[in-house]
Design a binder for this molecule. Structure first.
Ligand code: FES
Length: 98
């Protein structure tokens, strides 16, 4: 499964059971995060395409936010290829792959 992060147009592979955040970090994509358990919302970004499910029952998002496409990548597991919109993600720390 492939994760793409726009608008920086970064992408990486996601393994079965990996959260979107874990896959991005494993690939060296520096996404914002803090708690990594779905409560602080530091990692919040928008799902542009694809489907996810949550590892936890109550991720820290309101129903409205979910309807608008907001997701918490630290606790979201992909069900297929996923495209996220995360304008604060500018590239790999070393500038490679941009
Ligand atoms: S890192 Fe805290 S909600 Fe994702």
């Amino acid at each position: 499964m492939k994760l793409t992060i726009e608008p920086a147009h970064l992408s990486c592979e996601m393994n079965e059971g990996q959260s979107l955040l874990e896959a991005a970090l494993a690939a060296g994509i520096n996404m914002p995060r803090s708690c990594r358990n779905g409560t602080c919302r530091a990692c919040m970004c928008r799902l542009e395409a694809g489907q996810i499910r949550y590892r936890i029952e109550w991720p820290g998002l309101s129903p409205d936010e979910k309807d608008e496409g907001w997701v918490l990548p630290c606790v979201a597991v992909p069900l297929g290829d996923v495209v996220l919109s995360a304008p604060s993600v500018r590239g790999f720390p070393d500038g490679a792959g941009v």
